[in-house]
Write a protein that binds this ligand. Structure first.
Ligand SMILES: Cc1cc2nc3c(=O)[nH]c(=O)nc-3n(C[C@H](O)[C@H](O)[C@H](O)COP(=O)(O)O)c2cc1C
Length: 358
């Protein structure tokens, strides 16, 4: 029996296997103009293919809780009824396939208002549907980015409410898991890290102050997200900087997150500073997940250059993580889970329409 194809239950949600898809922005909510933030044909086809491929859980890409929270003008959002309704088609299909639908709720902070990666990914202004980005401190991400507007305390409270509203909409849209995006140098990561948070009020300075906004978001989301459904948090376990958030901070914070009702930590790294050299290689972020797993009781998922079945199986068998997320590999091969099950002797649901391909 393969560990990768054992089910996993969090609260009352049972995920059929441990091969999961991490959030991956498609920047495709409106290819030729300002975005409505609603998913379209592209999103349906993209997520449907990974569901028919046997993926146990799919985390829908970073979805903004407010218009200024979009990373690009082409991102998905979840702040109005039309968006909520449009997601239902995706969640319905994923459930029909036995895949658990999850969604990452996000705010881009000082890295918002940029172009699509294939158009260079640089900051865009109002002439290209952009806006002035917001952040904990008036510190630009790099020389290319504008200096963001520092959030006032009222703005921070407003954003906490927006995360809760988006979670309420995620429930109405049929999602079974919400993931809060606390990684990759976006708003919540910006608050956590002393590199990007230079505030002198209750939201900056000490560990307790830098984690205040992220934990307020967790509390507000947990309040509206049903008790029988799991809440994930994605973290950059390290900024890979001397003056940044560290792996020690992550272990401490993981325990705090669990106390506040988070059910799983999705462990990534980096993204909060430009020009940082990250020592990438197969499974390069797994040790960060493994450390949280060893030193806390919070379940974890590992991500980052996990690309083959045996490698993924080993991570679970070694007790380094409870699940693996495969990003670019699932872009290359939507049926990764089905082929991995064949290789490892695991069982995965195959749509009846495809039975002749087993
Ligand atoms: C096209 C693309 C879009 C991404 N968008 C997001 C995102 O919306 N939210 C997020 O937390 N990470 C995002 N990521 C990071 C992935 O979730 C994942 O952590 C990363 O690609 C490393 O895993 P991999 O080596 O399996 O691809 C994105 C990655 C790619 C390739």
């Amino acid at each position: 029996m393969s560990a990768l194809f054992e089910s996993f239950t969090l609260r009352d949600v049972t995920i059929p296997n441990r091969v999961w898809m991490p959030p991956m922005c498609q920047y495709s909510a409106a290819p030729e103009g300002p975005s409505t933030g609603a998913p379209h044909d592209w999103h349906f086809a993209h997520y449907a293919a990974r569901a028919t491929g046997g993926t146990g859980l799919i985390v829908v890409e970073a979805t903004a809780v407010s218009p200024e929270g979009r990373i690009s003008p082409y991102d998905l959002g979840l702040w109005n009824d039309a968006q909520t309704e449009a997601f239902r088609r995706i969640t319905r299909f994923l459930r029909e396939q036995g895949t658990v639908p999850a969604i990452q709720l996000a705010h881009g902070g000082r890295k918002a208002s940029t172009d699509r990666p294939w158009k260079g990914g640089g900051p865009v202004g109002p002439d290209a549907y952009g806006w002035a980005p917001l952040a904990p401190s008036a510190l630009a991400f790099d020389a290319r980015h504008p200096v963001p507007t520092e959030l006032g305390v009222d703005d921070i409270q407003d954003l906490v409410g927006r995360f809760a509203d988006a979670a309420r909409r995620a429930l109405a849209a049929g999602f079974e898991v919400v993931e809060i995006h606390g990684a990759h140098g976006y708003l919540i990561n910006e608050f956590l890290s002393p590199h990007s948070n230079h505030r002198t009020d209750a939201y900056g300075g000490s560990y307790e102050n830098r984690t205040r906004f992220p934990l307020e978001v967790v509390d507000a989301v947990r309040e509206v997200w049903p008790d029988d459904k799991p809440l994930f948090f994605r973290i950059s376990a390290t900024d890979w900087l001397d003056d940044g958030w560290t792996a020690d901070d992550t272990v401490r914070f993981a325990a705090d997150l669990q106390t506040h009702g988070v059910d799983l930590l999705d462990v990534s790294t980096g993204g909060n500073a430009a020009g940082v050299r990250i020592p990438t290689g197969p499974g390069y972020q797994v040790p960060f997940a493994a450390r949280v797993k060893a030193e806390t009781s919070l379940p974890v998922a590992a991500v980052g250059l996990i690309t083959d079945a045996e490698q993924a199986e080993k991570i679970l068998v070694n007790g380094e993580a409870d699940a693996v997320l495969l990003g670019r590999e699932l872009l290359r091969n939507p049926s990764f889970a089905r082929l991995a099950a064949r290789e490892l002797g695991g069982e995965v649901r195959v749509p009846e329409q495809y039975h002749r391909s087993i």
